[in-house]
Write a protein that binds this ligand. Sequence first.
Ligand code: AVJ
Ligand code: FE
Length: 490
Amino acid sequence: MTPRAANSNRGPLNRTSGERDATQPRTPDQPEPFARNATTSGKAGEAELSTARELGAEELRALVAKSLDRARERSTLLTDAVDDEDLVRQHSKLMSPLVWDLAHIGNQEELWLVRDVGGREPVRIDIDELYDAFQHPRADRPQLPLLNPTEARAYVREVRDKVYDVLSGARFEGRRLTENAFAFGMIVQHEQQHDETMLATHQLRVGAPVLHAPEPPPAAPVATPEVLVPAGEFTMGTATEPWALDNERTAHQVHVDAFFIDTVPVTNGAYFEFIAAGGYDDPRWWSEAGWAHRVEAKLEAPRFWARDGDRWVRTRFGVVEPVPADEPVVHVCFYEAQAFAAWAGKRLPTEAEWEKAARFDPASGRSRRFPWGDEDPTPEHANLGQRHLRPAPAGAYPRGASALGVRQLIGDVWEWTASDFLPYPGFAMFPYPEYSEVFFGPDYKVLRGGSFGTDESVARATFRNWDYPIRRQIFAGFRCARDAHPEELG
Ligand code: AVJ
Ligand code: FE
């Protein structure tokens, strides 16, 4: 949900230009849905959807309250699912104890919404250092004098109560931080991102299942295994999405040569073939760094997989089950994705290619907010928000297809791209350098699209995630791309 979302039931704001019926006259109370963004000049601003009309203060307040509540409901579910001993334990060196994430969520909320936006007295200035992610690596966090589970719950409650008070009197103008309730939206996204991290901790946790969810919807047939994305410029990034984070800004034109992209993410079934063909044992398919890591880490299959006779089984949130062939592969690192793609005669898409496949509407030339259009996701569009505890089979969510027909770009699995995490032209850090800026560079690879564990508030088609190329605990898979040859462009 974003500030645009509250308009979803009022008229044309959420229609794409492709859907708009030009023969219908606009009545005076209907805002121009795609007015130029006054703050952006040049082609980029014209080609991107603009949110010319801001929500009123009361609409924003309601949207923020609902989004904060939804995030807290999820944090509560993830932390109430296990006992206190489990909350303070470190389930993996890669992760914090769940109780650290919980109090860290509260501390960020206190820093930005209680102290900064609200101008209130600190609640617990003494614990800032404990919950500063840059002071203590994850591996050291269990040894810190952390708030215990009872204290952490009381702390986040106290902060949230103050935030509701701040929210009730907030004016969403005058400061860039509060314009369109940005700081509130940033804190919603922060909590939801940590909720996904906590979900990954649950996946690493050993023990009987404690999380449950219904099965995702089935696959629907796809017309072709690959989709051609035509050559040309498109608008990448955003100048207008109110809750977009600094690294998604600003909108800029990018030329992309014609290429093919897989209609659906790479499945476990395809990955079985890569393994069976000796893909893990053939350095030809691996980059130099990838091969070194494959050898050192003794990679043989995706994380959480095990051999059971002649089949693969996996552990998924405490359940051991055969690996389903039709589901997108998940828990592979960048190097594995890269090796699979090389073995398949393809490559990973660049970040720009991924975003063009997701957002570009050839009919209008515009970039959409989401593959399916400009409306916020519904359960018909994408597998998001931990609604299901697994990716949906490849080909699911036909209503979530992009204008070009690419499926499941949003939700199911994060998708590794070939690109390093770098700033867009004209990047301006906002509001703090430790969100994005300190991570720019060749050490991190970009992931796009969100997973089944990503909340809709973090699943915009412009959202950029990043991680080290060796990481596998995140809900990451991939799809392949390849150059289009002149004779294929007919
Ligand atoms: C954007 C997912 C890489 O979890 O490290 C959370 C998000 N930033 N707290 C992370 C984040 C600060 C970040 N990722
Ligand atoms: Fe954080």
